[in-house]
Ligand binder design. Structure first.
Ligand code: GLC
Length: 744
């Protein structure tokens, strides 16, 4: 009898499941078999990670089986030499795992992660990670320290550039997409790159937005906001995790047994590798959490940190700690198992070597096209007075291309791209010349040579160029070097004399299209008011130029939305859309310059706002314009009530009421009106990026399940509580009319 099609599929499915289970069983038995042969020294060697270059000292350490992983060696020849020593000159022939920070590209650089988040398109993130994996694994790298999934609400913090912004749901979706892209469908394939969910956890809460600073995070907020992206990473099979430098309420993550053993291992069942951050074990001495390196080694080991990046703590002290029964051997064994398992999963035992080739898969046309698409989808149209954009080349004669970011291949690729090559960047000026140089007179004048330049002469040259043009395309922002790790800013204005440059160009009377390329939101309300149109492009990567040229001239319609709130002033920070309700929300605002002289203290209201900044952000989370416009119908719920375990449908009809085909990011928010803890005004629970032809309407549906209304209460239980909820379907976190849903 012929098996039915379904039957055949069922058999295939069961066979493939059993293959997976057997493969895992096979790996576990190979791990335990190898572990049983290892000496304590060989075990400790596996827990040690050292940075390149591949010099004689490292080779000796590998030969003596004292190194399990090497980072920052980035050519296949050197990697193969190290692997040869590890797999041919040591007793047990255990291969190394080679790591590198491949954060938003290896050679083809994609927008910084904050920019990629602004695309609200997980496919953009997955594509970028896949390109990065193909390029970096060809150089012998099999482990990247990405995605960084630290939620943060503080643009003073330089590492906001590496994050996916302020929202845990958006961060979770993008983090999972990155993991999928890096690791591919089979970790053992040579083009698969082990991902690393970092920094576990709470790094984005660094007090004052100052890097490596302390954090105070109540467990309810840790659970509700900080941890969800990491739990999503576990479910997405992230191969590794990395500790964060910071403490959480007094306990450094590298010594936090509750975080690493109870939550990560016991609650979430994680079986991957937890690596320290660079020297983070040793830094517990500076934090006053450890007396000395031996104490730090003990605390880190007991807190479940499997691999020591660059502290030298385990190779120096762990043997003595085990032999004196301070650290049980089983904890060491478990750490070694996790590392061996990773190496088996990566196929390194069967194939430790990388093909050495002359034609490396760098900057492939398909990769560059994906990078350009990513840069285009990551750009946010903040302002477009009188629909000045898109420009029409047929209606222009000359265009002035001005600003320190107009032609800086180094700065547009942004922070954290050690292997990116600025000479491969296509800058806005290059792209505009390539695409429009024949039909337009393109007048190039940077004005300011770099973002921190204060020279007034440059501004005069820029004004002169502007006066000869029909329109000014002004590219401002931050140099890459003032963004990223340890690059925090107490003021987040445009650096240098860029503010003066914007005003001077405004005063020429010429239309000004301003493009901002930065690693963070900047407080640029004044500059935005002076420009006619503003595109916020973050640091857009290798292909930022062609993407921006296409956006400015309308070949591509902007679709980016803010993944993070833009403050009016730095003093408002932290400012974020999902803020808790307060007793006296802002009302009857009187700004400082409007207060009558001699006014009495009691003459002004008593509600929550700043006299010099008012209330609210410059632009809210989820905000972004299009060349088209969209209308939203009233929201409809399939039921006005919901109980535990139930779900309902949230519907809204969206129409593209403009004349351009365009994509819109439709966002679903929920606000819990009353709870046993004060609840946020609203929280995003889902989003969809949907393409509409001009004039097209679509009925958009979200499924809302009751468990999405749950939160962590002060008994540290995740529970729903009956009551009324507001539900929005909106174009950003500040818009829309809500409907009421009752949780029974
Ligand atoms: C750095 C960073 C971490 C990075 C590591 C290796 O200090 O905090 O994100 O992966 O060291 O470069």
């Amino acid at each position: 009898m012929r098996l039915s099609k379904i039957g055949a599929l069922l058999v295939f499915f069961m066979m493939s499941c059993s293959l997976v289970v057997n493969a895992q069983k096979d790996i576990e038995s190979r791990v335990n078999d190898l572990l049983s042969k290892m000496t304590l020294d060989e075990k400790i060697g596996q827990l040690n990670q050292i940075t390149g270059p591949a010099d004689e000292e490292i080779k000796k350490g590998i030969q003596r089986a004292m190194i399990g992983s090497v980072l920052n060696v980035t050519d296949a020849k050197s990697v193969n030499e190290l692997q040869r020593i590890a797999t041919e000159e040591t007793r047990l022939k255990i291969p190394l795992i080679i790591a590198r920070d491949v954060i938003h590209g290896f050679k083809t650089i994609f927008p910084i992660p904050l920019g990629q988040a602004a695309s609200w398109n997980p496919q953009v993130v997955e594509d970028g990670a896949r390109v990065a994996a193909i390029e970096s694994t060809a150089a012998g790298i099999r482990w990247t320290f990405a995605p960084m999934i630290d939620v943060t609400r503080d643009p003073r913090w330089g590492r906001i550039a590496e994050s996916y912004g302020e929202d845990p749901f958006l961060t979770s979706v993008m983090g999972v997409a990155a993991i999928k892209g890096f690791q591919g469908d089979d970790l053992s394939k040579p083009s698969s790159l082990a991902a690393c969910a970092k920094h576990f956890a709470g790094y984005g809460w660094s007090e004052g937005g100052r890097d490596y600073n302390t954090t105070w995070i109540p467990e309810t907020q840790l659970r509700d906001v900080v941890l969800p992206p990491f739990e999503a990473a576990v479910k997405a099979n992230a191969a590794t995790f990395m500790c964060s430098f910071n403490d959480i309420s007094g306990i450094p993550s590298s010594g936090n047994a509750y975080l690493n053993n109870t939550i990560l291992r016991k609650e979430w069942g994680y079986d991957g590798v937890l690596v320290s951050d660079w020297g983070s074990i040793m830094q517990m001495i500076n934090q006053g959490f450890s007396e000395n390196l031996k104490d730090a080694a003990s605390k880190a080991m007991l807190a479940g940190v499997n691999m020591d990046m660059m502290s030298g703590a385990y190779v120096t002290h762990l043997k003595e700690l085990v032999e004196s029964n301070i650290v049980p051997i089983e904890i060491v064994n478990q750490a070694v198992r996790n590392i061996l398992r990773l190496k088996f999963r990566l196929g390194l035992f069967d194939n430790p070597y990388t093909k050495e080739q002359d034609n490396m898969p760098f900057y492939l046309p398909g990769s560059l096209e994906k990078a350009k698409n990513a840069a285009a989808e990551s750009a946010i149209l903040l302002k477009n007075s009188n629909q000045i954009l898109p420009l029409s080349s047929s209606k222009l004669k000359s265009v002035a291309v001005i600003g320190p970011l107009s032609d800086s291949g180094m700065d547009q690729i942004g922070t954290w791209c050690f292997d990116g090559e600025p000479e491969h960047s296509v800058t806005p000026l290059n792209a505009l010349r390539q695409d429009y140089g024949k039909q337009l007179n393109i007048i190039a004048e940077k004005g300011l040579a770099y973002s921190r330049d204060n020279s007034p002469e440059g501004i005069q040259r820029a004004v002169a160029a502007a006066l000869k043009s029909d329109v000014v395309l002004l590219f401002v922002g931050e140099e890459a070097v003032i963004s990223g790790e340890a690059r925090c800013r107490a003021d987040i204005n445009l650096p240098g004399a860029q503010t003066e440059l914007v005003s001077a160009l405004k005063n020429t009377g010429k239309p000004v299209v301003m493009v901002v390329m930065a690693g963070r939101p900047l407080t640029i309300g004044k500059e935005i008011s002076e420009a006619d149109a503003v595109i916020y492009a973050f640091h857009g990567g290798t292909m930022a130029g062609p993407a921006l040229a296409d956006l400015i001239f309308g070949k591509i319609v902007p679709s980016g939305k803010l993944p993070v709130t833009m403050p009016r002033m730095v003093g408002q920070i932290p400012i974020y859309y999902s803020a808790p309700k307060i007793g006296r929300p802002a009302r009857d605002i009187t700004l400082i310059d409007d207060i009558p002289v001699g006014a009495l203290q009691t003459s002004l209201g008593f509600t929550s706002y700043y006299l010099d900044a008012g209330d609210g952000s410059l632009y809210p989370f989820g905000y972004g314009l299009s060349y088209s416009t969209f209308s939203y119908s009233d929201v409809k719920l399939s039921s006005e009530t919901i109980s535990e375990g139930e779900s309902l449908t949230v519907e809204c009809t969206i129409t593209n009421t403009g004349k351009y085909d365009a994509s819109e990011v439709i966002q679903l928010y929920v606000g819990d009106r009353v709870g046993s803890l004060i609840r946020p005004e609203k929280e995003m629970k889902d989003f969809k990026k949907i393409f509409f032809k001009a004039g097209e309407s679509k009925n958009v549906k979200f499924t809302l399940t009751a468990d999405k209304l749950a939160f962590w209460n002060n008994k540290i239980q995740k529970k729903t509580e009956p009551g009324a909820f507001d539900v929005w379907v909106a174009t950003d976190s500040r818009s829309g009319k809500s409907v009421v849903l009752t949780l029974r």
